[in-house]
Write a protein that binds this ligand. Sequence first.
Ligand SMILES: [Zn+2]
Ligand SMILES: [Zn+2]
Length: 120
Amino acid sequence: MVQLSIKEVEARLGEVKCAICKSNRFGIDSRSVTKGDGEWKAICRDCFYIFPVHTDMEFYLQTQPDVPYRLKEIACQFCQHRGVSLDFRAVLSVREAVYFVTCAACQLKFPEQSYLESFE
Ligand SMILES: [Zn+2]
Ligand SMILES: [Zn+2]
């Protein structure tokens, strides 16, 4: 499991939009990182909306047995290879979760909307 840095997570969050104000400038609350449980807090720099970023993907994949199958189906936007690894997950709103993944073939990193989580 790759150790994520705050800078890397902040940079990659810039690929998605704030659920409230549609900005894409986010910061990570460093206090949530030092707690060490893998549950980070991201804050929109424009409207101060806070949402959770889950970085303990080992635990997540253990508790969500369907997710590894889904990850094998995700196609890379660059090389079209199917199969990615999950780096972290952001829950932008009650209706929107995003997987931040890395292509197993070309190592491109990109965000993928998660349709897995049921919001009913
Ligand atoms: Zn915002
Ligand atoms: Zn690729």
